[in-house]
Structures are given as structure tokens and as C-alpha cells.
Design a protein around this ligand. Sequence first.
Ligand code: BES
Ligand code: ZN
Length: 635
Amino acid sequence: MIQKFSIVVLSLFLFACNDSKTESTDSDITTENQKPEKEDENVVNNHSYSNIDEINTTHLHLNFDIDFDNKKIKGVARHKMNNTGVEVAIFDVQGLDIQKVTLGEDKEVETTYKIGKEDKLLGAPLKVDIEQNTSMINIYYETTEESQALDWLDPALTGSKKHPFLYTQGQAILTRTWIPTQDTPENRITYSADVKVPSELLALMSANNPTEKNESGEYSFKMNQPIPSYLIALAVGELEYAQLGEKSGVYAEPYMIDAAASEFQDIPKMMDAAQELYGEYLWDMYDVIVLPHSFPFGGMENPRLTFATPTLIAGDRSLVSVIAHELAHSWSGNLVTNATWDDFWLNEGFTVYFENRIMEKIYGKEVANMLALIEFQELEKSIDKMMSEGHNEDTHLKLNLDERNPDDGMTDVAYVKGAFFLKTLEKEVGREKFDAFLREYFNAHQFETLTSESFIEYLNKNLLEKENIDFNVEEWIYGDGIPDNVVKITSDRFVKIKNLADKIKNGDKIPSDLKREDKTTQEWLAFIRHFQGDLDKEKMIAIDKQLNFRNSGNSEIMSEWFILGINNGYTDLRPDIKKFVVKVGRRKFLAPIYTALSKPENNSVEWAKEVYAEARPNYHAISFNTVDEILKDSE
Ligand code: BES
Ligand code: ZN
């Protein structure tokens, strides 16, 4: 609590400084206090202040130094603008120290600017005074401790423990915390960058990348395909590269590089499968970087360079569907992009559908069905919860995230309801026609953004009306819950594993020859979940003895098992749980574990807080913000 409060005070202080600085450079401009103005007037969509309809960035050139000693990026963002003839350009900024703004390319002239009122969620508008013919705006700045996109890792948090590490996370609205930009997915830009890092480290971006370090520590990047700002990304660390295919490879810290290359060896096959399905891969290379454990997500689809959590390295390739997912974003999301965060399902629902098709093509229908079925069960649970709490509108594919954090849209609804909408459509029209439709959809809208409404129009015209098909599209996109016509998925292997779980629950012993490798991750998850949170401690101990879930190296199984254990008083698991949450920063695992620990009936709140005190410094802001809330709510 105290800490949060001081962050607020600190940021108020920083912004007060900013205002006075700008005032001194331009006495004509009134401060917020003198002329109250509604900042909302400038919000072009729900989460950006930028005035892209009047003036928008077309190319961004970044030039910066990465200062690990002070944990700061210092540099300049040079925006090439398409100006319709206006005299103010508005950028989004949050947690940045703006030093000066100049206009012009060859000859730079300093100009005045004003930073508007800070909104906790959106940051503030940076309003730069320009001329009607201005086409180049250079913003000199430094990042601060409030730059939430940045995760600066001390050497202790890396594999080798020798060198520091830095990576960024832009989606959804965090790019503005490390680069002053028009931070809306509606605007696409190309970018280039000159980056200087300590010479023992390698710098990589969502752009063309080096495969080796150089002595100068200076790296140049180019992203020639136009992308939304949330896909600009940077990682700096002690990294090695292993090539996997002609156009693909993996970066990781040296200790992990062989394991990563082996875990992800199917990437070339995945690329072939994806291209066969929905058309040519348009980003040249597809590499993956395995980040340190604090990375808050499973994966992030930064173009040409997927960011991935090391928890995917299970040793048996059992979690590679996350890579299929991030690869699929090269079409859904990166090529055809949600116009606003309310349309997030256009990114994620399409991607989960596409991911499943890639998995089916490589590993077969049975595996793909198990993946989809597990997801569907999670969706049903999430939707039940939302409805029972009266949040029916959160179960809509098209969301309304005004005044809310776009991260709130990151639920099973966008992902799985979205995917099942497409699966259901596929069943209705037939796979062949549906695939042809999708291929043309990606082709017709490449490097564009789309709203749900423009998607519906396109769908009606190019598929439903053409094929004379009646489909409840509106109900799927604007209605509550899961429509009745949803496709039903079945899996014999799931039936078998559930029968086994039932028998164990009723007193049977686990077959003594059963080994963990006999079943897939999804089967084990279904097995654990079938106990519905209820399995006595003695049985859990017996299962662990034989199958060693608690120390399985498979993070999906471990976290599911930990949650069951927390709910059933299997406190012997505590050392393993602690080890896991102190090391792993992936929010998907942390949130349910801390939620289970904070339930009063589980008598673990105090212990959770103790562990969290140790673990929190290891997490990215995205994760510790979530866990802060969970533990605060338990008070
Ligand atoms: N693009 C998302 C991650 C994201 C979404 C970050 C919204 C910030 C805001 C990424 O593609 C994703 O969905 N990752 C999932 C894995 C996937 C297999 C469901 C994750 O990290 O769990
Ligand atoms: Zn995704």
C-alpha cells in the first residue's frame, strides 16, 4: 500500500516538473490548471490521445543508448509525419522524461510542447507545436522508473548470473512508456533503430536481427513492413543464436540454447503448415527468443522475433502450441490487426483458431482436439464466473473497454469464444470454403486494421451471402455467453483419463505401470481438473510418488497440481510452490496460484505474503500489478 502511494506521488511530482519545463519554453501555452480542458476530446479510439486523423507517423527512427547502470534508455525518437496541415501533433507518453522536441530533418529547430494531465491508465498527451508543413518531429527523452514496458534484470535473474538483461513488452498500451508514440493499433509505421549496448551483450528487435555480437556494441535495425506501435520490441542480453530452418531460428541465453533449439525444432514445419493454410509468410524471418523467467506471458508475437517464456522448455516439446500460436499471429494480429482493443478477439480468437489448425496439421486431429477441449472447458468456467458476477458484457466478443485497462480484455472470451466462433462457422460452411475465405481475408486486409463491424461486413459479403448461409453472427459477436450452435468437441482419450480419475477418487490405486510420459500434458490437466479441486492429501502424495507432478518440469502440470494441493491442504508442496513462484514470472501461472493461496479457507495467506515479498522483485510490472491486486483483495 505504502509503496503504491509513493509511486502515485512520485509520478505527480514528475509531471508537475514536466509542465513547468514546457511552460518556461512557451509562455503562450496555458497549463492544465489555468485552462481546464477535457483530455478525452483527444482520444481517437478508446486508449490513445493521438490525433492520427490529422497527422500521423509513417516512419519512426530510434536512436538510443541502453544504460544498464542507471536502468535508463536515453535517446531520440524521430517521427516522419504525414501532416494534413495541422499545427499540433499529439503523441502518447507515460513515465517518460521529455527533454526537448525539435522539428526538421537536416536542420533541427527546437519547438514548444505541452504535456497534458496524467491519466493513471493512459498516461498523458504530448502536444507538440508544429507548422502546417512540418513533416519531421524529433522527441529527445529518457525513460524512468515508471516505464512499465521495461524489465531491467540484474545479473542474478539471468541464467548465467553474469550479465544484466533488458526486454520490453509493448502490448497493449505500454509502448508509450518507453517510446513517445501515437500509441494506437490504428496507425501503422515502419521503423528503424540505432542502438548502443554494452559490448558484451547482444541487442535484438522486432526487426532484422544480427546473429552475433560485435565489439562496438552498436546495432542497427530495420522493420520495413508497417506495424502497429505495440509491436515495437527490444531485448538485450547475453544471447546466442541457433538456426532451425532456412528462415527460422532461436535465441537464448547460452545455458539454454541447446535445449531451446531442440524444444523448438518443429518451427520450420510449423511455418510450412501455416503458409499452406493461409498464404505466404510476409515477414522474411521467424525467430524466437527465450527470455529470462520474469517474462510475464507465454509468448508475445513481436514480428520476426517472438518473445517466449522459458517455461515452454519442458524437455519433451509438449508446450510448443504456444509457438504455433505466436507464429499464427504473423497473419492474425500482425498482418491484419484489431483497430481498437475492443476488437481484440480479431487478433486472439483468429490466432487460437489458426494455432489449432497448425497443431492439427503437424500432430494430428486427436492432439488438436484435446487442446481445443481443454480450452473450451476453461472458457465455460470463465463465462460462468463472469455471468454469476453480473459481468455479462465481458462475455461479448466485441468489448467496451472505455476507461478500462485493455488488459482486461485478455480473457478466454477473446481467445476461446473467438476461436469457437470460427470453428462453428467452419463446420457450417465446410472446411474448404472456410479456408479459402480466410486466405482471402488475410490477403485482402494485409497491413490493415479492422473493427469487428468491418469484419462482419466482409464476412457477410464474401462468405455468408455468397454461399447463402444463415448464421447467428450478431449473437456470437454481441451476445452473452456461448451460443447454442457451438461445435461440440469430444475426445476418447479424455473420457479414459476421466474414468481413471474417478476410480482413484473412489479408492483405487493408480496402475503401477502408468508413467507420466504415457499421457499428454492436456490429458494430465484434464486428470487433475477432474478432481474438481477435491482430492485428499494422501492420494495426492501417492500420485506424486509415482508421477512426480510436483517436480515434473512441465509448468502447466505443475501449476495445476499446486492449485489442487493448495485447495486440499497438501502443504508438503510448499517448498516446490515457493521455488516455482520465486522463479517464474508468467502471470498465467501466478494469478491462479496466488488466488488459491489467498482464499481464507486455505489458511495460506500469511505464507503467500512471505513468499511474495521475496518473489515480487523478480516479476515484470504486468505480473506484480496483478498479484498486488490479488493479495490486496484478500485483506
Ligand atoms: N499477444 C498475446 C499476449 C498479450 C495479449 C500481451 C494482450 C499483452 C496484452 C500473446 O499472443 C498470447 O496470447 N500469449 C498467450 C499464449 C497463447 C498460447 C494463449 C500467453 O502468454 O499465455
Ligand atoms: Zn495471442
